[in-house]
Design a protein around this ligand. Structure first.
Ligand code: AMP
Length: 193
């Protein structure tokens, strides 16, 4: 994987554990020449991740909707900033650039982005690895919720297994590298008139 999208909080969280893991991921990317594609912000977990990579001369590509750019939260020092019209355009642009997705701890925005990636996988539109870095068990309750969805008949076990879960950076990247998407009938985007 040459370029990976990382979705993570625009907040830093209360515990340094999460920030330190974002730093670990940034260093891993820079050392292994993996480009970061992310939301383009300079705040919270996003800012820490981007700054860590820039310190090590890593490539950082931000994809930000015009709306957020003007809130002065856009990172001014990254390698490239792509400005999109809307939030939806940003997701499409990110998906065209990357060969995998990772979520670190975050809030609504983070979950929205990682679940969109999973939905594309579930429909067979994309075949890329989607992983969460479960630092300090941050996502344990979410994982439990996915199990409830399976037992209650709303999520197929095979689709749940598309989500790669790891508690260290090395383990996550190894699992993502080994990921093989299940064979699916591809959804064809046909316009019927
Ligand atoms: P949240 O998890 O709710 O903090 O939202 C974080 C995610 O939403 C990131 O992955 C970004 O893509 C996007 N996002 C939220 N706030 C901003 C911001 N101020 N600048 C850029 N992207 C943001």
């Amino acid at each position: 994987m040459k370029k990976i999208a990382v979705f993570c909080g625009s907040s830093l969280g209360f515990s340094d554990i999460y920030k330190n893991e974002a730093i670990k991921l940034g260093n891993y990317f820079a050392i292994n020449k993996i480009s970061l594609v992310y939301g383009g912000g300079k705040i919270g977990m996003m800012g820490i991740l981007a700054d860590t990579m820039l310190k090590k001369n890593g490539e950082v590509i931000g994809v930000i909707p015009g709306l957020l750019r003007h809130e002065e939260v856009a990172h001014a020092k990254i390698s490239e900033m792509i400005v999109t019209k809307t939030m939806s355009d940003r997701k499409v642009t990110i998906s065209k650039l990357v060969s995998g997705y990772i979520a670190l701890p975050g809030g609504f925005g983070t979950l929205d982005e990682i679940f969109e990636a999973l939905t594309l996988s579930q429909l067979g539109i994309e075949q890329k690895p989607v992983g969460i870095l479960n630092t300090n068990g941050f996502f344990n309750h979410l994982i439990k919720q996915l199990e409830v969805m399976v037992t209650e008949g709303y999520l197929k076990e095979s689709n749940k297994e598309m989500l790669i879960i790891a508690s260290t950076v090395e383990e996550l990247i190894a699992k993502m590298d080994a990921y093989k998407a299940p064979k699916k009938t591809k959804v064809i985007n046909k316009v019927v008139s």
